[in-house]
Ligand binder design. Structure first.
Ligand SMILES: *Cc1c(COP(=O)(O)O)cnc(C)c1O
Ligand code: SF4
Length: 395
């Protein structure tokens, strides 16, 4: 992937001080990976350096990891379909568990030949194109829109349902797209909530992000602004205290991020989330249920508990869309319901996200049905322990 188009910080070599203690700790992922990539840890924590050194080819990945046959072939055979791209930081998560044959990080980021075998998937499972009143503004609900301003990502997740955006260049923080999107939002007073997403909405200069925020905040009927970004997971050094302070000027601003497994929750990621939360920006997490990554009660529990510890509130877990090339990562909805049910009673209630099936007509919450029926005016329910509970109801 090429570097971000928009950048007036390109030349300035900004060192985010909050990450310096990690850079100086010889045992941190930051300093160990900096050594593998032959750079100073102070360079490694510069997010633009990370974007410029994205691993995009098999040979680059093989220089830090030994690739399995299906991964090496994946790089060879798939790059024309869906580009690989992985930050050196995120490569570090794979290096940290080299002996792990079932590494959940590799499954998310390395191309595999299995992606060629999918018979089910489609390119645009949510019919987003059909639900876009103007280019890159997706509207399913009257009061909120998803505004896809970004095309680039620090890591290209293999299961991404916006793969179709991969084919066409020039969509990243594109001036004309943003102008038209702002115009649409400004002329629709019903819109109270704008979700800035992509791609990854934090892959842009502080100035570009602030410029966008200013324009959206200037629209009187917009009440809240949300960012969707995976940078706390894939490029935590991007989430600087400096950026968080800019976002905080336009409150209420929320950030939803995207951790899928506890292995992604490192001290670096915790620092990124702390930078946001310490500036009054609530952080939520939207995960995707993926086979081998989080589709067991143990793994889902570990994820949700780790999220609470870094103050990222589990918000949604999505059933994986039928995107082309992701059959090997898909989990049945019924299995998903079972995994989510296992959390209830075993973790703080605020650590339990809603399980969601996203459809072109909106998000459908799916969960085990605890309401069994009624007997006269009594409601008959199942308790979380599986007992029957009779509750007198009022009319
Ligand atoms: C997910 C989504 C939203 C936001 O949904 P919430 O349930 O409010 O988080 C809004 N618009 C579109 C098109 C979406 O896909
Ligand atoms: S960060 Fe989000 S938009 Fe980017 S590849 Fe991953 S899932 Fe897709």
């Amino acid at each position: 992937m090429s570097e971000p188009i928009d950048s007036n910080e390109q030349s300035s070599f900004y060192i985010p001080e909050e990450f310096l203690s990690l850079a100086e700790d010889p045992n941190s992922l930051t300093s160990q990976m900096a050594a593998r990539f032959n750079v100073e840890p102070k360079t490694f924590i510069n997010w633009r350096w990370q974007m410029k050194h994205q691993v995009t080819e098999g040979a680059q990945a093989a220089a830090v990891l030994s690739l399995k046959e299906q991964e090496a072939q994946g790089f060879e055979q798939l790059n024309h379909l869906f580009n690989a791209g992985i930050t050196p930081y995120y490569m570090g998560l794979m290096v940290a568990r080299l002996g792990d044959d079932e590494c959940p990080i590799r499954l998310q980021a390395l191309p595999r030949v299995e992606e060629l075998k999918d018979s089910l998937g489609v390119a645009d499972p949510l019919s987003e194109v059909a639900h876009s009143p103007v280019r890159e503004v997706v509207q399913v609900y009257p009061d909120r829109v998803a505004f896809c301003v970004a095309q680039l990502c620090p890591v290209y997740c293999r299961y991404c349902y916006r793969k179709r955006r991969d084919e066409e260049a020039g969509l990243h923080f594109n001036r004309a797209i943003i102008d038209r999107g702002i115009e649409y939002i400004a002329s629709n007073p019903a819109i109270r909530d704008v979700l800035i997403t992509g791609g990854d909405s934090f892959v842009a200069s502080d100035a570009a992000i602030e410029g966008l925020l200013q324009r959206i905040r200037a629209i009187p009927h917009v009440e809240i602004i949300r960012f969707g970004t995976r940078t706390p997971v894939t490029l935590p050094y991007r989430v600087t205290d400096r950026l968080a302070k800019i976002l905080a000027k336009y409150h209420p601003v929320y950030v939803n991020t995207h951790f899928n497994c506890a292995e992604e929750i490192t001290p670096e990621a915790a620092q990124a989330v702390a930078n946001l939360v310490n500036n009054g920006i609530p952080v939520g997490n939207q995960a995707v249920m993926l086979k081998g990554v989080n589709d067991s009660p143990e793994r889902m529990m570990a994820l949700c508990r780790s999220l609470l510890k870094i103050r990222a509130r589990p918000y949604y877990v999505f059933h994986a869309h039928s995107v082309q090339g992701t059959e090997h990562l898909r989990v049945s909805i019924r299995r998903g319901i079972e995994v989510m049910k296992s959390l209830r009673g075993n973790i703080s209630g605020m650590g339990i996200p809603a399980f969601i099936l996203d459809t072109p007509s909106g998000k459908i919450p799916v969960q085990h049905n605890y309401v069994l029926g009624h007997d006269g005016s009594d409601l008959i329910l199942e308790t979380i322990r599986g007992e029957i509970w009779r509750e007198p109801d009022v009319f």
